[in-house]
Design a protein around this ligand. Structure first.
Ligand SMILES: C[S@@+](CC[C@H](N)C(=O)[O-])C[C@H]1O[C@@H](n2cnc3c(N)ncnc32)[C@H](O)[C@@H]1O
Length: 327
């Protein structure tokens, strides 16, 4: 009997020691990452000056994400909602697959993913398509730091590299990549046409640019549409110059030198599904923990309502764009 008691006691003690050890080592790891986050990754803090557009984009995206970056799988896109799917992560990865499949991302590809957000999408691209290498470029420092954290946690340093910078001044040499992606970042760039020129420069001949981006099917028809359109743009940090119809979008890509340009309107598969997701009570509850009550129930609600309103009035849609740099 005493032998059994001794055995059980030892097992319980071992379990307690194990749990305590795991807890302490997890805390240590987190503290170590926090220290490095400040010293090594963030260095001097933001690189943007108040006179730069990226400064405001970074402010818009940079608040309240650290520690909460696993919400929605770390994705920030509107998703591609088909087949009665109600799961956000599935919809989000559906959109990523649309972008990658249309330009045959594969094992010989070298991808530059611009506006990569918190990096979940590149882990998805890596796991699904196994490209040779992915460079990620982000203008929001907190997102960039989370990308670094994800790469390190996944032991993916040989395959993925995160960089802090802007789509309009790409820090790479010409002819460096077989593919350049940008998922729902383009509307923020000042200006999108500079991003097209930069992408053309860094792509290898025959390389593909593939985007999920926004367009404005019809220009504002009256004062109200014009007024709300401007409010949306300003709240969203999206320069007015970037708003154009899918047809003009195509023309602008061609003007940068690309060929085989295709612009496909997929708004009906993206925006209503995302809106439904954004008003689900569980989602609002989660978001309140991340962004606070005021931002969730007032600011984000206004923005999401305006987005749906703009979509219903054909002032906003989502487009899939692909284009090739000629040989
Ligand atoms: C809607 S989020 C999309 C993020 C990510 N692609 C996703 O789907 O989860 C837009 C992203 O664009 C980034 N961004 C905006 N302007 C940028 C710029 N000039 N250069 C690089 N990234 C930029 C923002 O920091 C933000 O992470």
């Amino acid at each position: 009997m005493s032998f059994i008691l001794y055995g059980v006691g030892t097992a319980v003690l071992a379990l307690i020691v194990y749990v305590a050890y795991s807890f302490v080592s997890r805390q240590r790891k987190a503290a170590d990452f926090k220290r490095r986050e400040k010293k090594e990754f963030a260095k001097e803090g933001t690189q943007w000056k108040k006179s730069q557009h990226e400064y405001y984009v970074e402010k818009f995206y940079g608040t309240g994400v650290t520690e909460k970056h696993d919400f929605h799988g770390g994705y920030l896109n509107f998703g591609y909602w088909v087949d009665a799917n109600k799961d956000y992560i599935k919809a989000s990865e559906g959109l990523l697959s649309q972008v990658a499949d249309s330009v045959r991302l594969g094992k010989d590809s070298r991808l530059l993913d611009i506006a990569c957000g918190m990096g979940s999408q590149d882990i998805f691209f890596y796991n699904k398509y196994k490209p040779e290498h992915i460079d990620m470029l982000e203008a929001t420092l907190t997102h960039h730091i989370i990308c670094k954290k994800r790469i390190e946690e996944g032991g993916l340093e040989d395959h993925l590299a995160a960089h802090y910078g802007s789509a309009t001044q790409i820090p790479f040499d010409e002819n460096s990549f077989t593919h350049v992606f940008s998922i729902e970042g383009g509307v923020h760039y000042r200006y999108r046409k500079n991003f097209f020129n930069e992408t053309f420069r860094v792509l290898k001949p025959n390389g593909w640019m593939s985007l999920a981006d926004y367009a404005m099917p019809t220009p504002p028809r009256n004062f109200i549409e014009n007024f709300f359109g401007r409010i949306c743009s300003s709240l969203w940090n999206a320069p007015l110059e970037n708003w154009c119809s899918p047809e003009v979008f195509k023309k602008r890509v061609e003007e940068a030198g690309f060929v085989d340009v295709e612009v496909k309107d997929i708004g009906k598969h993206c925006i209503p599904g995302y809106y439904e997701e954004s008003i689900r009570p569980e989602i609002l509850k989660e978001l309140t923990k991340i962004r606070g009550w005021f931002t969730t129930y007032i600011l984000c609600r206004i923005l999401d309502e305006l987005i749906l309103w703009a979509f219903n009035h054909r002032l906003l849609t989502e487009v899939l764009v692909r284009a090739r740099k000629p040989e």
